[in-house]
Design a protein around this ligand. Structure first.
Ligand code: GLV
Ligand code: MG
Length: 338
């Protein structure tokens, strides 16, 4: 059987374009559905053209007495629905749960050829990925699969964040990592009960004006997830895999959802989870480069010729580094248009 390594190009050294190890497939939104919920399952075919990735969720939000129905529902959906170019992922139960072994055995042997990526929650360190990697290799061999399943880790424990670089490098199957802000908040003993996003108490104020300490200060809300997202992005890019923001739980607050997604996009994430159809459109908008930015990027690239030296464009200095920044945006636009 081919090893997953055979499927990935080696990292290019000194490449003029951003290095990419994983073959490009759009994954701006990973749209979650509960495969054991008949109403949701019936809607999967109509979601296929709308989402880049559809994920059958077996873990949290599926009650203990519905785990088996969810697993069986996903097998049925994977067999019956034509996913065309849309990826089918699953989130299995955590490695310390009583369900994960059956999740992996059933899914890989029954519908392993239909699945693209297995999302593993609550990853504590590289040993969790090693375990999944070996088990997948055994199950793929048993099922006669010729295409290796990829693995995506959720970064949602303090230990996982402390070891994110090792997790990102743990296997050639690694496709990416998502921030899981709800479990991470609990693991870290943060004092927020929200799923992602900000908190009105986490803010910074400007200095007081004169002697009046209470009036006239401007208040800015801070991003609770900035450190973790930045660290995750560095770990993923260094390993040649993809970083994602995870869930945003206040479905009604589309403004805050868009802000959170955009912060993650600007920091380097390629996509986010969508928990409701309304969030699909938000993610598509945020994680597709703005046409004005793309036009500017192309102007800089054209003006920079062979990409070396310096030019002035609209009063702004461009050089070897800015042309690389522009290539990131232009390449993403080209890939999404292809
Ligand atoms: C996602 O799984 C989270 O815990 O935020
Ligand atoms: Mg979680």
């Amino acid at each position: 059987m081919r090893s997953p390594k055979d499927f990935f190009a080696p990292l290019a050294v000194g490449a003029p374009e951003p290095v990419r190890q994983i073959p490009f497939r759009p994954s701006r939104m990973i749209h979650f559905f509960d495969p054991g919920n008949e109403r949701m399952a019936a809607k999967v075919p109509e979601m296929v053209p709308k989402a880049d990735v559809l994920l059958g969720n077996l873990e949290d939000a599926v009650a203990a007495d519905r785990k088996e129905a969810a697993r069986a529902g996903l097998v049925r959906i994977a067999r019956e629905v034509d996913f065309a170019d849309t990826q089918l992922w699953t989130r299995v139960n955590s490695l310390d749960s009583p369900w994960v072994l059956d999740d992996l055995i059933t899914l890989v042997t029954e519908v392993g050829d239909k699945l693209d990526v297995i999302m593993v929650p609550k990853v504590e360190g590289p040993e969790d990925i090693h375990y999944v990697d070996r088990l997948l290799a055994q199950l793929e061999a048993r099922a006669g699969l010729t295409r290796p399943l990829l693995v995506h880790a959720i970064l949602e424990t303090a230990s996982g964040v402390a070891r994110v670089e090792e997790i990102a490098l743990a296997s050639p199957r690694m496709q990416g990592i998502s921030l899981g802000p709800a479990d991470l908040a609990a693991s870290r003993r943060m004092k927020t009960t929200r799923v992602g996003g900000g908190h009105p108490g986490y803010l910074v104020r400007t200095d007081p004006v004169g002697d009046d300490l209470s009036e006239g200060r401007v208040t800015y809300q801070q991003d609770l997830w900035h450190y973790t997202v930045s660290r995750m992005v560095d770990a993923c890019v260094a390993a040649g895999i993809l970083p994602y923001y995870g869930p945003f739980g206040d479905i009604r607050d589309t403004v805050a959802c868009e802000d959170q997604f955009r912060n993650a996009y600007l920091l380097g994430c390629v996509g986010a989870w969508s928990l409701h159809p309304a969030q699909i459109a938000i993610a598509r908008k945020v994680f597709s480069p703005d046409p004005g930015e793309v036009a500017w990027a192309r102007r800089v690239i054209a003006a920079m010729g062979d990409g070396t030296g310096a030019v002035m464009l609209d009063g702004k200095m461009q050089d070897d580094a800015t042309v690389k920044q522009c290539q990131v945006i232009a390449t993403l636009a080209d890939d999404l248009a292809a």
